[in-house]
Design a protein around this ligand. Structure first.
Ligand code: UDX
Length: 443
């Protein structure tokens, strides 16, 4: 801990990844300076307020700010003066006109930091980038830094899941660092010494392998979800039950049960854009066929949204026009207020565009949803959202929805019709309360 207390780290980018990383490192005993170009965000964080919802993170922020171990700034000069280790945690969203990753924030982080590096420094990227990016950035860093190639760059991808960001940062399942520099490796080892001592695997690779670990992990997870969703498509027409099927598959420990949950499919700021950026990069590298299966993974995922809408349409007699529809869930998954590529909002807005009166309720993501989809209606509670509904769709599996009482809800709806887009409810229980229950991949 004494060693850790001496180490000073700057964390560039204070979005989901950066703010979580900064607060967790402060909690671990490091002196941390979070850097962002967005003054409003930096002001909020200085006041102990998070610009997004993440369980457990607000406590870490408010506990560590008063200790002085965690501070925030907009000044790259201050960051360079303060720390010898800089972590790049900015976003790499999908570009509007193609599936490729937008690297402008990563490039700009290096461009803004480098001119201030007047003593030997280590810069480590944590953002998800296309393979080959880090080597280019390493050269750019050395060419822009006054200290030249004594400013060294490594790449150490993160694997945190939203909703579990604190847990996944403090107790990662592996630490990967791509570098051939002993100094970079030493700095990253020092950063995660507590975790390494606890037995967390520490893997040193070249830059390209480290970049690939992240995108291939997300490609694998997306493929696993789409695999079981493809089985759901087959199950529906073949008269099988995909939930029982998934359960039976999961007992084979070569397959395992995680990420084998059939339903509306994946969304969020990572899996969808990461598989598209991966395909775009494979194309550039001339190995497009190697990843063409990911196109199918994406297509299966999109079809789940269309199928969910079809099931709801069938339930209400074939036409949404003038009907009242309740949508439970706006976030792309529970325990998050993130609505990026949210399957729930994609379904809700399509149904609204088909003429239905759609009312959405989500325990955390209402403000963000309202901003992006002002054409939808929003209710303050689950019960209010369901009032007068001809059909209710459960599209994000929040605990509140899983625990909903079918008898109570029946009192307010116009018709007892439930589309369970996440296979989150017990069909027998709901049917026994007089509901027509439909789900993806089941009879
Ligand atoms: C993902 C990776 O898990 C994480 O390692 C990486 O760092 C970032 O991307 P995240 O986007 O937070 O994390 O969400 P995740 O928990 O992976 O879920 C992604 C999507 O898949 C969600 O929309 C979720 O609802 C869906 N999902 C997940 C399924 O549809 N079925 C499953 O069985 C699991």
């Amino acid at each position: 801990m004494v060693e850790a207390e001496r180490m000073r780290v700057s964390v560039i980018g204070t979005g989901y990844l950066g703010a979580t990383t900064a607060a967790c490192l402060a909690e671990m005993g490091f002196e941390v300076l979070g850097v962002d170009v967005d003054e409003a965000k930096v002001d909020m964080l200085r006041q102990g307020r998070l610009p997004f919802f993440e369980p457990g993170l607000d406590e870490l922020l408010s506990e560590n700010l008063p200790t002085g171990r965690l501070r925030f700034t907009t000044s790259f000069a201050e960051a360079a003066e303060f720390a010898d280790l800089h972590l790049i945690c900015v976003g790499t969203p999908q570009m509007d006109d193609s599936g490729a990753a937008d690297l402008s924030y990563v490039n700009s982080a290096v461009d803004q930091l480098a001119p201030h590096l007047t003593r030997p420094s280590v810069v480590v990227g944590r953002s998800t980038v296309p393979v080959g990016t880090a080597a280019t950035l390493a050269a750019r860093l050395a060419s822009l830094a006054p200290v030249g190639d004594e400013a060294e760059l490594g790449w150490s991808p993160e694997f945190l899941r939203e909703g579990f960001g604190v847990e996944d940062t403090l107790h990662p399942n592996r630490i990967v660092i791509g570098t051939d520099s002993p100094r970079v490796e030493k700095a990253v080892r020092a950063l995660w010494q507590q975790q390494i001592d606890e037995g967390v695997p520490f893997l040193v690779t070249d830059l390209q392998t480290a970049e690939l670990v992240k995108v291939s992990a997300n490609a694998f997870l997306a493929t696993k979800i789409s695999f079981i969703n493809a089985m759901a498509e087959v199950s529906e027409v073949a008269g099988a039950d995909v939930i029982k099927l998934a359960e039976a598959l999961s007992h084979d420990d070569r397959i395992g049960g995680k990420f084998l949950g059939p339903g509306l499919g994946f969304g969020g700021g990572c899996l969808p854009k990461d598989i598209r950026a991966f395909m775009a990069r494979a194309d550039e590298l001339g190995v497009e066929p190697a990843l063409s299966f990911l196109r199918e993974v994406d297509a299966i995922n999109q079809r789940r949204r269309a199928r969910t809408i079809d099931i709801a349409r069938q339930l209400i007699g074939g036409n949404f026009a003038g009907r009242t529809v309740a949508v439970l869930g706006a976030a792309f998954k529970p325990n998050s207020d993130d609505i990026r590529d949210s399957p729930a909002l994609a379904v809700a807005s399509t149904i609204a565009s088909l003429g239905a009166h759609v009312t959405v309720y989500d325990p955390q993501a209402m403000d963000r949803a309202r901003e992006e989809h002002p054409q939808l209606n929003y209710a303050p509670t689950l019960r209010d959202a369901a009032a007068g509904a001809d059909v209710v769709l459960l599209l994000t599996e929040w605990a509140e929805f899983k625990e909903a009482n079918p008898e109570n809800l029946a009192e307010v709806v116009a018709q007892r019709k439930m589309v369970d887009g996440r296979n989150a409810l017990d069909p027998t229980y709901w049917r026994s309360s007089g509901w027509t229950y439909r789900a993806l991949g089941r009879q």
